[in-house]
Write a protein that binds this ligand. Structure first.
Ligand code: NAD
Ligand code: MG
Length: 388
């Protein structure tokens, strides 16, 4: 039996992972499931999968979780330290599907114990990519990409040499505002930003897709995970989301990865890797699809893409600052305190304020430095807001 844990089990990726596990319960020994405030879901899945321990990220939810699981023999715990402790428990594979920089610490801990890390949490690579990869190498632990684009590239590279890759093209749906003017974007509402045209995902990544911050994070994630140069990474807008990424080799060949937009494909690939097993995803009917649509991304209406290039240029702690500033600006947008286009303006300002101190190319970056840069970026976004 494969010993597994799911961090962020109650979220969109977590639930898709659980869907696959529930179809083949006998093959898995579930160690830990973690969630946030959705205690009913966390308790239900912990019972159904006979988890050893259920953890809520929030201390105040512990009594509710304890009640919901009383008499089951399932251990309960709460808080960030408990999440890290759970990641240290012996396991073969963990799914890292907490949203935001909060996902970094448990994933990092799992690697220290040689556990394979299925990484949906792109923020880990954006904020601390080199640290994470070094830790994985040190403990001979695998990081398996789960973001659909990165899973696609990973699959297209099977049997290939990364040195023979000329470029990687990741696709973007363009989100709900693909055809909106700059003027219209200023008035975009939360409800409008939450309507993704092709993928069904958690609220935060859905809004990040509308602003293209998601694709910005993914460009950096591609650079970090595959060790590519920024200029080797391209983005193409492809509204249907049927091609997830393409790898271009030095002979000009392009290998595309296609499939219906269903995260259970990338999750299942990471779960069964290096094997492929049957997955309950709809098969793509090309004749029904008829044609594929592409267009160039617009970095003027969607400045997040341009900012990602600046972040890669600066290097060092710029990824941590970029992500944290984005997370805080997103909190403010969700709370109705800033407009849709203000998010990129705030992130750009904070990057400009902090960038003279960010390029630590020659300095050994530590996790503490990442957390400090993260905290400072969050505080700076809030003070911009207070001063506005
Ligand atoms: P979600 O919001 O649906 O779920 C997030 C999970 O994290 C929940 O279980 C929640 O309880 C938990 N969580 C939230 N804040 C936390 C905190 N501070 N500490 C601990 N746990 C916390 O998110 P999602 O859409 O499933 O995305 C999860 C991750 O996967 C993100 O990094 C996202 O970018 C990435 N991802 C998601 C998709 C998708 O289709 N949903 C696709 C590619 C990548
Ligand atoms: Mg993606």
């Amino acid at each position: 039996m494969k010993r597994i844990s799911i961090f962020g089990a109650t979220g969109s990726i977590g639930q898709s992972t659980i869907d696959l596990i529930k179809r083949d319960k006998a093959s898995y020994d579930v160690i830990a499931l973690t969630g946030g405030a959705n205690i009913a879901q966390l308790a239900q899945d912990s019972r159904d999968l006979s988890a050893d321990i259920a953890i809520t990220a929030y201390e105040e939810q512990l009594p509710a979780l304890r009640d919901a699981l009383s008499g089951t023999g399932i251990e309960v715990a709460a808080g960030q330290a408990a999440l890290v402790e759970a990641a240290a428990r012996p396991a073969d594979w963990i799914m890292s599907a907490i949203v935001g920089a909060a996902g970094l610490a448990p994933g990092f801990e799992a690697l220290k114990h040689g556990t394979s890390l299925a990484l949906a949490n792109k923020e880990s690579l954006v904020t601390a990519g080199p640290l994470l990869l070094a830790e994985a190498a040190k403990h001979k632990a695998r990081i398996l990409p789960v973001d659909s684009e990165h899973s696609a590239v990973f699959q297209a590279l099977v049997g290939e040499q990364i040195s023979e890759v000329e470029r990687v093209i990741i696709t973007a749906s363009g989100g709900p505002f693909r055809t909106w003017s700059a003027e219209q974007l200023k008035g975009a509402t939360l409800a409008q930003a939450c309507k993704h045209p092709s993928w069904d995902m958690g609220q935060r990544i859905t809004i990040d897709s509308a602003s293209m911050f998601n694709k910005a994070l993914e460009i950096i994630e591609t650079k970090e995970y595959f060790g590519l140069e920024p200029e080797e990474i391209e983005v193409i807008v492809h509204p249907g989301s049927y091609i997830h990424a393409l790898v271009g080799f030095k002979d000009g060949a392009l290998m595309a990865h296609m499939g219906v937009p269903d995260m259970r494909h990338a999750i299942g690939y990471a779960l069964h890797w290096p094997e492929r097993r049957a997955l309950p995803v709809e098969r793509l009917d090309l004749a029904k699809l008829g044609s594929l649509q592409f267009e160039a991304p617009d970095e003027v209406r969607f400045p997040a893409l341009r900012l990602a290039r600046e972040v890669m240029q600066t290097g060092g702690l710029a990824g941590a600052v970029f992500n944290a500033a984005k997370e805080t600006a997103l909190d403010l947008f969700i709370a109705g305190q800033v407009g849709f286009t203000d998010m990129a303006v705030m992130v750009e300002r904070v990057l400009a304020q902090m960038s003279p101190d960010l390029g630590h190319q020659d300095v050994q970056i530590t996790l503490d430095m990442v957390y400090q840069a993260d905290a400072e970026a969050r505080a700076r976004v809030l003070s911009l807001q207070a001063g506005a």
